[in-house]
Design a protein around this ligand. Structure first.
Ligand code: NI
Length: 188
């Protein structure tokens, strides 16, 4: 496995973050290597979700790792590999604060469905369906948005700068304007 470089909105390769991705048709060794490398990269970051455009690959692939039991996170971690994922059902709505490895130093309040059903394929191309609620549902929606070139700031109600306080805690300080990260330039 290998650590991949994470593409950020303020880096030179940001354009890949803003475009739609290609469906995966080849479920061979190259895909498996990508998935393994993405998992390692996500864990090292550390993060709970990573979409292929975030490592410069414009394909419909995402990796998520999240505990099944939030009260026992160390022993119940589960990895989800979603290829060509689609949300086929959603309900409920809740605003929550998210972060993104491609938007370092910021957090955003985003409204998401509280319950989703995702249809996807596994690394061998077999169809899978996953039900998720609350945080896992939020992560799925955030990552699937990445596969369509949508960033959390595109849907944000409020954006915060993360600042390390004197006591070592991270403070989320609201900022006045929601950054558009090259959208204007893209349209022009
Ligand atoms: Ni993200």
């Amino acid at each position: 496995m290998a650590l991949l470089e994470i593409v950020t909105v303020d880096g030179p390769d940001y354009e890949v973050l803003l475009k739609n991705t290609q469906r995966v048709r080849d479920f061979g060794p190259a895909l498996h290597k990508l998935l393994d490398d993405m998992l390692e990269t996500m864990r090292a970051a550390p993060g709970v979700g990573l979409a292929a455009p975030q490592v410069g690959v414009s394909q419909r692939v995402t990796v998520i790792e999240y505990p099944e039991d939030e009260d026992d996170p160390d022993n119940t971690k589960r990895v989800y590999e979603l290829i060509n994922p689609e949300i086929i059902k959603k309900r409920g709505a809740e605003v929550g604060q998210e972060g993104c490895l491609s938007i370092p130093g910021l957090a955003a309040d985003v409204e998401r469905a509280t319950h989703v059903v995702v249809k996807a394929q596994d690394r061998y191309g077999k169809e899978i369906r996953i039900k998720a609620y609350d945080w896992l549902a939020r992560i799925f929606q955030h990552e699937i948005d990445h596969l369509h070139g949508i960033l959390m700031t595109d849907k944000a109600q409020k954006v915060y700068r993360l600042v390390k306080a004197e006591d070592g805690e991270i403070d989320a300080v609201p900022i006045d304007e929601i950054p558009d990260f090259h959208r204007q330039a893209q349209v022009a």
